[in-house]
Design a protein around this ligand. Structure first.
Ligand code: ZN
Length: 159
């Protein structure tokens, strides 16, 4: 098995500890690690590390807040061929000069400036993508979608 640099992460195992639902909304990253990285070292440094606290989520069924971390994807979650995600950031005046970090399945996948389009490759079927502010809080307009092998998922983020 070739595992070097090819580990693929998933949030598929993340479920509400109270009701067992897998439907959740990402809220952001929690903990001293993320606070240090985001505020003391600044966003630019954050852009080069994946070290942050656990992901905080809110259950869409019962409202329970819980935390979790991405896990390596199970073999049955993998796509036969990768899907390309084309993410465009449109509009917005506040913070327009700031590049926001983009997280795919809880793992940093790039950064997005105002008016920019970035392409991210995903290798898993079920995807959760969100953009975070410089404080590590996820913007409420997140994306949850099933990727098509070899396809392209076009998303627009307005902020
Ligand atoms: Zn729940």
């Amino acid at each position: 098995m070739d595992t070097e640099n090819t580990e693929v992460f998933s949030l598929q195992a993340l479920i509400c500890p109270k009701c067992g639902s897998g439907e959740f909304k990402p809220i952001g990253f929690k903990g001293s690690a993320s606070r240090e990285i985001f505020s003391q070292l600044g966003l630019r440094t954050m852009a080069h590390t994946n070290e942050h606290g656990p992901l905080v989520c809110r259950c869409l069924q019962c409202g329970t807040k819980f935390t979790g971390r991405p896990r390596p994807a199970e073999p049955e979650e993998l796509l036969e061929s990768p899907c390309t995600i084309s993410l465009t950031r449109s509009g917005g005046f506040i913070g327009a000069l700031i590049d926001f970090p983009v997280f795919l399945n809880g793992v940093r996948a790039g950064s997005l400036g105002s008016g920019q389009t970035i392409e991210i490759s995903t290798k898993v079927k079920h995807n959760v993508l969100f953009v975070a502010s410089e404080t590590g809080a996820a913007f409420s307009n997140f994306f949850r979608f099933d990727a098509v092998p070899g396809g392209t998922e076009t998303l627009t983020f307005s902020r």
